[in-house]
Design a protein around this ligand. Structure first.
Ligand SMILES: [Zn+2]
Ligand SMILES: [Zn+2]
Ligand SMILES: [Zn+2]
Length: 138
């Protein structure tokens, strides 16, 4: 996912193209890591006076409903990042400190496929948490 594709998607779905939305998406592009709504507020509050946490949260939820952002829960807080543009099935290593992610191609479902009788598996989630090289040094 990138800013242009995201704006296209918004237009397709009938949502308005606003500078605020554009700036939010640009922030996710520049940061390329998991951000909480309060991080987005922190980054944009000087430019948009009176911008509320609710407005940001509503927009981030919309972006995630449209598949523009993906979400995870870190330390009890919902975090957002751009959805990966690859169709290739993969999982993420997520740094708990800075929110940066790395791809891992190993999939636990390949190693031990689930076969539960009477249950049709349609997908799965798998994330690995820890600290990236940079965050281990500091
Ligand atoms: Zn990815
Ligand atoms: Zn880190
Ligand atoms: Zn997998």
């Amino acid at each position: 996912m990138n800013v242009d594709k995201a704006m296209e998607k918004l237009k397709e779905e009938g949502y308005k193209y606003t500078d605020k939305r554009m700036d939010m998406l640009q922030l996710f592009k520049d940061e390329s890591r998991y951000l909480a709504a309060k991080d987005v507020l922190e980054a944009l509050k000087d430019k948009y006076k009176g911008l509320s946490f609710d407005t940001i949260y509503r927009n981030l939820s919309l972006f995630s409903d449209l598949g523009i952002l993906e979400t995870t829960e870190l330390a009890g807080e919902k975090k957002f990042r751009f959805t990966c543009s690859t169709d290739h099935h993969h999982h993420h290593l997520i740094c708990l400190e800075c929110g940066k992610t790395r791809h891992i191609d190993e999939c636990p479902m390949d190693v031990s496929p689930v076969s539960a009788e009477g249950f049709a598996v349609t997908g799965h989630k798998f994330e690995v948490y820890g600290y990236c090289n940079e965050c281990q040094e500091s």
